[in-house]
Design a protein around this ligand. Structure first.
Ligand SMILES: [Zn+2]
Length: 401
C-alpha cells in the first residue's frame, strides 16, 4: 500500500499536489510544499495523475482470435460474425481464458482500471466462452474491475434459445444484459429483441448494454425503440447503447429527434472509434463515411458518451492494443474533437463518462474516491493524448499492479 503520491499534476489545477492514501482510498489532496521524499512514497515527478482509465466496451472472448479464423475478405461486420460463428464451435473455456487474460494484462499495463466486457452467449457459443471469461476475471481479481455483459452475438430471435443461455449466464455471475438489436431479420424482430432484453433485465434487476444500429444504413432505427422502452420501463440511467453508427446517416431532422430522445431517456452511448472507422463505410466508394455515431452532437445535447476499445486483434478488427489513450487519440481524429475543450471531452470519454455509465460513485481524484490511479509522464491531458505514453505507475486500490 502506497501512503502518498508526491509531486502529482492534476487535471485543471495549477501546481503540484500530494495525494494522501488511506486503506484503498484517497484521503486528502493538498498542494505540494516539500521537495524531500519519504520511503514508500510514490514520486509522480510532475507527471499527470488521473483516475484509471475505463474501457466501457470490450470483447475478451474475441481477443487475439484473428489467427484462429479465416480472413475477413470483405472487412464487414456481417462477415466477421459468420467467420467467428464457425470458429467458436472449437473454443474451450481454457483457451478463451488464456487469450482473455492476455488482453486484460495489456489493458492493466496501459492504465485501465475497469472494463465492461461483452461475452458471446448463444446456441453456438453455449456458455463455454462465458466460462472462459469468468475464469479470466477470477484470475485477475483485485487488479482490475470487470463487468460482464451477456451478449447474444448471433441474435435473440434468429438464434432461438439465446435468451435462455443469457439467463443462465446471468445466474453464473454476469452483470448486465446485452443485445444486438440491428442484427435480427426484420425491424419487428429487432423491436421484439429489445422487449426481451428488458424482460430479462427486470428479472435480474440488471442494467442493459446493447449493440445497436452498428451499420451505415439509415434504415436501421433500433435505438429510438431502445430509448422509448427505457422510458416505458423506468430504466433511465441504466441503459447503454453501443456503437449507434446509423444515427450518423439519418437525415438531420430525424437525427435531432433521436438525439433528444436519447438525452431524455438518459441512455449512455459508447462509440468505438477504431472499430467503427474500420468496419463501417465498407459499402461506400468516395467520399467514405467515418462510421462513428454523432459524437459531438450527442455530447452537446448532454448525452453521456464514452469511447471503447471493442476489439483486440480479432476477425472484426486486426488492430487494437488495449491502450485507452490510443482510443482517445482515434476519437479526437474521427470527429474533429481538436480544440482545447474538446480534447478534455475526449479524456472524459475514457474516464469520468464511462464511470457514470457504470454508476460508479467513488471514481475520481477526490477524498473518498478509490485509489485506482494512473501516473503518466506528461504535464497535461493534451500531451497525454498526443504522445500516448506508457504509464510510470498504475495503482489499484492504492497498490501497484
Ligand atoms: Zn462490441
Amino acid at each position: 500500500m502506497i501512503p502518498r503520491i508526491r509531486r502529482a499534476r492534476l487535471r485543471g489545477q495549477d501546481g503540484l499536489h500530494v495525494l494522501e492514501l488511506k486503506d484503498d482510498r484517497i484521503a486528502t489532496v493538498t498542494p505540494e510544499r516539500d521537495a524531500s521524499l519519504a520511503d514508500g512514497e510514490l514520486d509522480a515527478a510532475g507527471g499527470l495523475v488521473l483516475p484509471s482509465f475505463i474501457d466501457l466496451h470490450l470483447h475478451l472472448d474475441l481477443a487475439y482470435s484473428l489467427d484462429l479464423v479465416p480472413p475477413n475478405r470483405s472487412g464487414t461486420l456481417v462477415e466477421a460474425i459468420g467467420l467467428y460463428a464457425a470458429a467458436k464451435e472449437n473454443f474451450t473455456p481454457a483457451s478463451v481464458c488464456e487469450r482473455a487474460v492476455r488482453a486484460i494484462e495489456d489493458e492493466i499495463a496501459f492504465g485501465t482500471g475497469a472494463i465492461r466486457n461483452h461475452v458471446d452467449v448463444g446456441q453456438t457459443a453455449g456458455l463455454r466462452l462465458c466460462e472462459g471469461v469468468l475464469a479470466a476475471r477470477e484470475k485477475t481479481k483485485g487488479r482490475i474491475d470487470i463487468q460482464i455483459v451477456t451478449f447474444p452475438q448471433d441474435g435473440v430471435i434468429r438464434d432461438a434459445g439465446a435468451i435462455d443461455r443469457m439467463r443462465e449466464a446471468m445466474r453464473m455471475g454476469c452483470d448486465l444484459v446485452g443485445g444486438i438489436a440491428h442484427y435480427e431479420r426484420t425491424p419487428t424482430d429487432s423491436q421484439r429483441q429489445i422487449e426481451l432484453l428488458f424482460d430479462l433485465a427486470e428479472e435480474f434487476d440488471a442494467d442493459i448494454d446493447c449493440h445497436i444500429d452498428e451499420t451505415d444504413s439509415p434504415e436501421s432505427r433500433c435505438v429510438e425503440y431502445l430509448a422509448a422502452e427505457t422510458i416505458k420501463r423506468g430504466w433511465q440511467g441504466r441503459v447503454t447503447a453501443s456503437h449507434v453508427c446509423a444515427l450518423a446517416s439519418y437525415e438531420p431532422v430525424h437525427a435531432a429527434k433521436v438525439v433528444a430522445l436519447l438525452a431524455e431517456a438518459h441512455v449512455h452511448v459508447v462509440t468505438n472509434p477504431g472499430v467503427n472507422l474500420h468496419l463501417q463505410g465498407r459499402f461506400d466508394t468516395y467520399p467514405k463515411r467515418r462510421g462513428l455515431t454523432r459524437v459531438r452532437q450527442l455530447m452537446t445535447a448532454g448525452v453521456n458518451v464514452s469511447a471503447g476499445q471493442d476489439c483486440i486483434k480479432d476477425p472484426f478488427y486486426p488492430f487494437g492494443t488495449g491502450q485507452m489513450l490510443e482510443v482517445a487519440h482515434l476519437l479526437a481524429h474521427a470527429d474533429h474533437l481538436s480544440s482545447a475543450s474538446q480534447i478534455e471531452q475526449v479524456m472524459d470519454a475514457i474516464t469520468v463518462n464511462p464511470a457514470r455509465a457504470m454508476r460508479r460513485t467513488d471514481y475520481g481524484i477526490e477524498p473518498g474516491c478509490r485509489a485506482d490511479l494512473v501516473v503518466l509522464p506528461v504535464e497535461n491531458v493534451h500531451e497525454a493524448i498526443r504522445l500516448r505514453p506508457r504509464p510510470t505507475a498504475v495503482l489499484k486500490a492504492g497498490r501497484h499492479v
